[in-house]
Design a protein around this ligand. Structure first.
Ligand SMILES: *Cc1c(COP(=O)(O)O)cnc(C)c1O
Length: 372
């Protein structure tokens, strides 16, 4: 990769073996959910310690179905963070429930566990923790709170596939766990997601909710007993996922290495807000820093782009989006999330990046900030 080439903030790594398997699916005549979907579900279940796993067309549909399976609906409140991809709260509205937001802990940038209990009411049904950038929410404290108040947990682990908690893979324990395989996530199916099911949920019911609520009988008959959507994954996508899953450990090792390089190369005098240096649990889905207050983010991003470097923003605090303001949220409700949402940038980090790319990004940041 020449230094003149544009460096995006992320890019998937798809190998030739995976491409050949996608071609094999296309030649097979069976494009929609079939043997590759079953193989991917089996491989994901093995990864999750044998728990049942079902794959979906997105990580948003997994969250929505998890809420329905947990019995969350109109009149119920669901607690989550304002600093996440808006899918997390949109699905709560989609099932007719009410999102209740709790500010972040500025050190982890995840939901502040110390503030959750004050937000619980008699209508609270569930908590959706989000592992922003792949850094897991403290699962011990989270499940202690959920247990005390008899709340269902739907882990939005869209960004933390491959992360661990006390040595155990995220997904291998807990209540519902939802993953996304969007093109920007640590492993991808193009678009897709997976839902790990708790023991009290019937996987067959999950399958019906995934596809029009229908079931087929051996005599050729059919029935529909619940309302289902159209959320199944294609075999084309599942073939990509099978190829990606084989490389999970390699991808994470490379991401960790690059994250360490950022810590050692970024100029400490720039007054950037660094992420928590977690090299035990996090899969380093993103490397995010906050800019000093006096640096205009839009100008910074444009100047980096001028130097051939892509910078992402994940995310503005979602309660300030028009739809959420209309629900009554306002500026000042969650000051930590608002500040991080204003100042955060996502630096390039993906397995195919070279070590020299980190040096190039860090040098460009120094030049741009010093010029202002
Ligand atoms: C990506 C993402 C989702 C949604 O996943 P899709 O596959 O894009 O539907 C949900 N929550 C978070 C935190 C995400 O990053």
């Amino acid at each position: 990769m020449g230094s003149a080439e544009f460096l995006p903030f992320t890019r998937p790594s798809i190998d030739e073996t995976t491409i050949a398997d996608v071609v094999a699916v296309l030649r097979s005549g069976w494009l929609t959910s079939g043997p590759r979907v079953q193989a991917l579900e089996a491989a994901l279940s093995t990864y999750c310690g044998g728990r049942p796993v079902r794959v979906f067309s997105s990580g948003s549909s997994t969250l929505e179905i998890a809420l329905r399976l947990a019995g969350v609906g109109p009149g119920d409140e669901v607690i989550t963070t304002p600093l996440t991809w808006v899918a997390t709260t949109n699905v709560i509205l989609e099932v007719g429930a009410t999102p209740v937001l709790v500010d972040i802990d500025p050190a982890t940038r995840n939901i502040d566990l110390d503030r959750i209990e004050a937000a619980i009411t008699s209508s609270t049904k569930s908590i959706i923790p989000v592992d922003l950038a792949g850094l897991p929410v403290d699962r011990d404290r989270l499940y202690a709170i959920a247990g005390r108040h008899k709340l269902r947990v739907i882990e939005d682990a869209a960004q933390s596939f491959g992360s661990r908690w006390r040595g155990k893979p995220i997904g291998s324990f807990g209540d519902f766990v939802s993953f996304s395989f969007h093109a920007n996530k640590n492993i991808t199916t193009g678009e897709g997601g997976a839902l790990v099911l708790p023991a009290d949920v019937d996987p067959a019911l999950c399958e019906r909710m995934r596809l029009q609520g229908f079931q087929r009988f051996s005599d050729g008959g059919m029935d529909v007993d619940v309302l289902g959507g159209k959320f199944n994954l294609t075999d084309i996508a599942a073939a990509i996922g099978l190829g990606q899953l084989k490389r999970l450990a390699e991808f994470i090792e490379r991401r960790r290495h690059l994250a360490r390089l950022y810590f050692s190369t970024l100029d400490p005098l720039l007054d950037l807000g660094l992420p928590l240096a977690d090299f035990e649990n996090s899969n380093w889905h993103m490397f995010q820093v906050t800019l000093p207050k006096e640096v205009n983010r839009g100008n910074f991003i444009a100047a980096m782009k001028g130097r051939g470097i892509g910078i992402g923003v994940h995310y503005p605090a979602l309660h300030l989006f028009t739809l959420y303001r209309k629900l009554g949220f306002k500026e000042g409700d969650f000051p930590h999330a608002e500040r991080v949402g204003r100042e955060t940038i996502t630096l390039p980090l993906f397995p195919g990046m070279a070590d020299t790319d980190v040096a190039r990004v860090c040098l460009a940041i120094t030049e741009v900030i010093k010029q202002k």
